[in-house]
Write a protein that binds this ligand. Structure first.
Ligand code: G3P
Length: 222
């Protein structure tokens, strides 16, 4: 399973990229709004920060409701990256979003259909040619459903029917989500930087490091 960072924060994206674990970046209107910067400027900045990743998802804004409006926004977003291949247009899971997805896919542009909460929605997005589908786990858990089970089912659906859309497990909130979606067959988990930090740690690693440091003080040095 690949890791994307789910953030529009430059410092966090830089830190994660430097560690060398990132395959992509996802953003959304809420994440960009938190940053207090112009959307297009931040997308441009991110694209420059992470030249070697496979995908940077830039979402059409809530002002675009029709497929035509989404496509018009997508065309502006694509220009930011001079048509390089790592910009991915993120579209909402609506019929208009699917129509825009099909149009952009047919033009060779990568797409990510977001806000997926059912297997059927994932099926539609895959059939509309989405490069990526994004089921939101945490938000299902929030309403007492099992978000990971949705990923299990979508992975099975894609396997049985040979669909090549990649599953991005999104709304990932904690380390157990990461492990479980990896085992479930998600191709990608998009996670906040805090989760990358959390999954790098273990108390026994810290204890082990402390012991090595203490013992090293007693070692004979040349
Ligand atoms: O990847 C989607 C994510 O940004 C939403 O996460 O925690 O707001 O449900 P959350």
């Amino acid at each position: 399973m690949k890791l994307f960072i789910d953030s529009a924060n430059v410092a966090d994206i830089k830190k994660a990229y430097k560690v060398g674990v990132l395959s992509g970046v996802t953003t959304n209107p809420s994440l960009v709004a938190k940053e207090g910067v112009k959307f297009e400027d931040r997308i441009e900045e991110i694209l420059k920060l992470v030249p070697k990743v496979e995908s940077v998802s830039a979402e059409v804004t809530p002002e675009a409701e029709t497929a035509e409006e989404m496509i018009a926004q997508a065309e502006e977003l694509i220009k930011i990256n001079n048509y390089d291949k790592n910009i991915t247009i993120k579209l909402p899971m609506t019929l208009d979003g699917l129509e825009a997805c099909r149009y952009l896919t047919d033009k060779g542009i990568k797409t990510n259909v977001t806000l997926i909460f059912t297997v059927n929605q994932a099926l539609l997005a895959a059939r509309a040619g989405a490069t990526y589908v994004s089921p939101f786990l945490g938000r299902l858990d929030d309403i007492s459903e099992d978000g990971v089970q949705l990923v299990v089912k979508i992975a099975e659906l894609f396997r049985v029917h040979n669909l090549d859309a990649q599953i991005i497990a999104a709304s990932v909130r904690h380390p157990d989500h990461v492990t479980r979606v990896a085992m479930a067959g998600a191709h990608i988990a998009t996670v906040p930087f805090s989760v990358i930090e959390q999954i790098s740690k273990h108390p026994l690693t810290d204890q082990g490091l402390e012991k090595f440091a203490a013992d090293w003080k007693k070692a004979v040095k040349g």
